[in-house]
Design a protein around this ligand. Structure first.
Ligand SMILES: [Zn+2]
Ligand SMILES: [Zn+2]
Length: 464
């Protein structure tokens, strides 16, 4: 909980919120004794924030004023400023969710905006006790089971120990302490969440983490961060149906651009495996737009989808952009040379092939390209290795993200991922969503795009 010191009444409001959260069964980091007059203990603050799933910022005019100030103008101002900026950095990295609770006044500080219909935001108006209760019931519902103060305190300590052990380079103890949190609070997400985080950061304990992700998914208790994490874990373990399901949930629920970027990349990859390349291409484009991590990998995927779609010129541009970031990547050079070959662009083929031969002589990619160099015929012949042959009856196209999904007669579009779906299949084989877009049902109507979620998807039948 992040707040500023105020009047007795204001401090009591914050304290009451902490009590209520604890009553609901959550371990709360709430420090009424934050240092005053001393320098801010930055490592201590970072460490405390790193343990949190949510940072609740109690916003009032005093809080807004302190965030407007430069750090160091006074100790107290600097404290709130540093805390919120550190929390924002964690939030941008997808580690926690920053939530603004407008308690008083009517202004939000920089970096905060209201959630609304069709609007991603991170703040809610809780002026009035009913609104606060409604928010808490929605986001932080009362956890089932008994949670007496002593148990919650023990779990809180175990979570802190787990984090400290991780920082001290003792992952085994970190995992053991996370397991203790799970044992103490089997219905709370915290121990499971910590297990997943440790697995993502250490590369160990994937089995435990997948189990934890499963538990959270079943309980519906996963925060958006956890859906994104579960998508990454399952994707890494090549459990693609589950990876796609969690990626889709992260896209729906997350308000962090990097997190959604990763989810779009993963969903695109799974759609590619299912030969749904039009939708895969859309997700890769949105991922790049959101500047998800793996910039290079996402551009490589985009180029590869374009190659498979028989569009080598566009593929070549995608690989060229990726090569700016990673000029000596053998994988990229192989793909770029292949795309140039398919596009019949002999100059660029030569450039990429020669560079590939320099950086990775004898590699499988270099050998393939070498064979093309020697025996290839330089005419345009796009590669279309796996795309299913369909008789296109119509196209569902989005005006916002430019995704364009070709459909055979009678096919529907999955509302969760954009994969074409035969009539009568209830659940999407890619992302498990049961929602469906029925093209042409209401001529001219705009649907929510299954890729970017904007209400700008229209269906157009192909003239016979
Ligand atoms: Zn789907
Ligand atoms: Zn779209």
């Amino acid at each position: 909980m992040s707040y500023r010191w105020g009047s007795t009444e204001e401090n009591a409001w914050v304290a009451a919120l902490a009590v209520e959260l604890k009553r609901r069964g959550y371990p709360v980091v709430f420090d009424q004794d934050q240092p005053q007059g001393d320098n801010v203990d930055v490592p201590g603050m970072v460490s405390r924030l790193a343990e949190c799933r949510y940072v609740l910022c109690v916003i009032d005019p005093g809080y807004v004023e302190r965030l407007g100030h430069e750090p160091g103008s006074s100790t107290k101002d600097g404290w709130v400023f540093d805390e919120v900026n550190t929390a924002s950095a964690f939030s941008n990295a997808g580690r926690l969710a920053l939530i603004g609770l407008l308690r008083d006044g009517d202004q939000l500080p920089q970096g905060f905006s209201f959630m609304g219909p069709n609007q991603r935001g991170n703040s809610v108006d809780v002026r009035g006790s009913n609104r606060l209760a409604a928010f808490l019931n929605d986001v932080l519902p009362e956890l089932p089971g008994e949670h007496d103060t002593a148990t919650v305190a023990a779990a809180r300590a175990a979570l802190a120990d787990s984090h400290a052990a991780y920082l001290a380079g003792d992952p085994e103890r970190a995992f053991a302490e996370a397991a203790r949190v799970k044992a103490l609070l089997p219905d709370a997400p915290d121990g499971y969440a910590q297990t997943i985080r440790l697995a993502l950061r250490t590369g160990m304990g994937a089995g435990d983490a997948v189990e934890a992700a499963e538990f959270l998914a079943e309980r519906g208790a996963g925060s958006t961060e956890l859906h994104a994490a579960a998508a990454l874990l399952y994707h890494g373990a090549r459990v693609l149906d589950r990876a796609a399901r969690h990626a889709r949930l992260a896209i729906d629920r997350s308000d962090s651009d990097p997190e959604r970027g990763v989810a779009h990349t993963i969903l695109g990859d799974v759609l590619d495996e299912h030969d749904s390349l039009d939708a895969a291409l859309g997700h890769a484009r949105v991922a790049i737009h959101l500047r998800g991590c793996f910039e290079e990998q996402t551009l490589t995927k985009l180029g590869y989808y374009l190659r498979r779609l028989g569009r080598p010129d566009e593929a070549l541009e995608a690989f060229a952009a990726a090569l700016e970031d990673a000029p000596d990547s053998p994988n990229l050079l192989t793909n770029a040379a292949a795309a140039a070959f398919e596009a019949g662009d002999i100059d660029r083929f030569r450039t990429h092939a020669i560079r590939l031969h320099e950086v990775a002589p004898g590699s499988p990619g270099a050998n393939v390209i070498q064979d093309l160099f020697v025996g290839g015929q330089f005419e345009r012949h796009p590669l279309v290795p796996l795309t299913r042959e369909i008789e296109v009856a119509g196209v569902a196209a989005c005006a916002s993200c430019q995704t364009s999904i070709r459909l055979a007669a009678g096919e529907l579009v999955c509302a969760g991922c954009g994969a074409p779906r035969p009539v009568g299949v209830r659940q999407c084989p890619v992302c498990d969503h049961d929602g469906v877009i029925t093209p042409g049902l209401l001529g001219g109507v705009s649907w929510a795009c299954p890729v970017c979620r904007e209400r700008t998807l229209k269906y157009k039948a192909v003239e016979a």
